[in-house]
Design a binder for this molecule. Structure first.
Ligand code: NAD
Length: 278
């Protein structure tokens, strides 16, 4: 994609680029190509299991490790970032998710509540914590843009998505509720992007991910949106061309969310395909 320097002069923080499959990795690369100055951040443990430092080196940008569940890490991240970038922020991407019950293969009907607490803390409350920190530090410029990534399991049941569905519902609610206050007092916009299934470390951790992925690809008139497509959408939401969009859950899914059935799937479910007689 040719750069249009849509983010020239803008400063931002990007969470969650673990490896080159991560959605945030693609977003960081495109934001840099579009002229933004960015700071990368990820969990301290990612230093051992991920390649965030390689991306920081490649893009020649700072990397600040921060655990999204720790208030002091968020405060340090926000104040260090504004120092390093030499001013307030214009955009922030929250691209963070983790479910302990999914990781430990606990069924939705056999939830461990300590695990659930951690899941909600990392995957949803962290978004509120981030916004509250930015708000209290007055760290965002007017007309700034904050986005978090979510999934349609917040609205419709995908059984294997487990407690992450509930975490995503909460995340989307925070975008609306905080978006009101941030819009009113600082003209900052807040949205969630509901992305197609994408082959990443977090995505592939969900049971039956290949079925989610292939089903959505067959249902969506445009097919699944890739991580690179998502990066382009994020750039548009960080740009000045979407200033009046706020408090929305924006489906970025090739049309999946509004499709009842596709011709590809109809073929698979005809009586003849199912071997049923008239
Ligand atoms: N992959 C998909 O199919 C898909 C679809 C829709 C939405 N999403 C969402 O996109 C976002 C990014 O996920 P991804 O698919 O790129 O996977 P990913 O595994 O590459 O990214 C998840 C990130 O969360 C970070 N993280 C986990 N715990 C953390 C903590 N305590 N503090 C700070 N960071 C922490 C990880 O280090 C990692 O970088 C998530 O919110 C995910 O739910 C993914």
């Amino acid at each position: 994609m040719n750069s249009n320097q849509l983010l020239k002069g803008k400063k931002g923080i990007i969470f969650g680029a673990l490896n080159d499959a991560s959605i945030a990795w693609q977003v960081a690369e495109l934001c840099a190509a579009e002229g933004a100055q960015i700071v990368l951040t990820n969990a301290p443990v990612s230093a051992k299991i991920g390649q965030t430092a390689e991306l920081a080196e490649k893009l020649n940008v700072p990397l600040i490790y921060a655990d999204v569940t720790k208030m002091e890490d968020m405060e340090n991240l926000v104040s260090e970032s504004t120092n390093l970038l030499g001013g307030k922020l214009d955009f922030v991407l929250h691209s963070v998710g983790m479910s302990l019950n999914v990781r430990k293969k606990r069924a939705y009907t056999d939830i461990n509540y300590d695990f659930m607490h951690t899941t909600f803390d990392i995957s949803a409350m962290s978004f509120h914590r981030l916004m509250q920190t930015l708000y209290k530090h007055d760290a965002m410029n007017e007309w700034g843009s904050i986005c978090a990534l979510t999934y349609i399991a917040a609205q419709r049941v995908f059984p294997d998505y487990n407690e992450m569905a509930d975490a995503k519902s909460l995340l989307e609610s925070y975008a609306r509720s905080f978006g009101y206050h941030y819009g009113k007092s600082k003209k900052v916009r807040v949205n969630t992007i509901s992305q197609s299934p994408t082959k990443t470390t977090a995505g592939s951790g969900v049971g039956g991910f290949d079925a989610f992925y292939n089903y959505a690809d067959k249902m969506s008139p445009l097919g699944n949106a890739s991580a690179a497509n998502c990066a382009a959408y994020c750039v548009s939401l960080f740009s000045d061309y979407t200033r009046m969009v706020t408090m929305q859950n924006l489906f970025h899914d090739g049309g999946f969310s509004f499709t009842g059935i596709s011709s590809d799937l109809m073929e698979q479910f005809s009586d003849s395909a199912l071997g049923k007689s008239e």
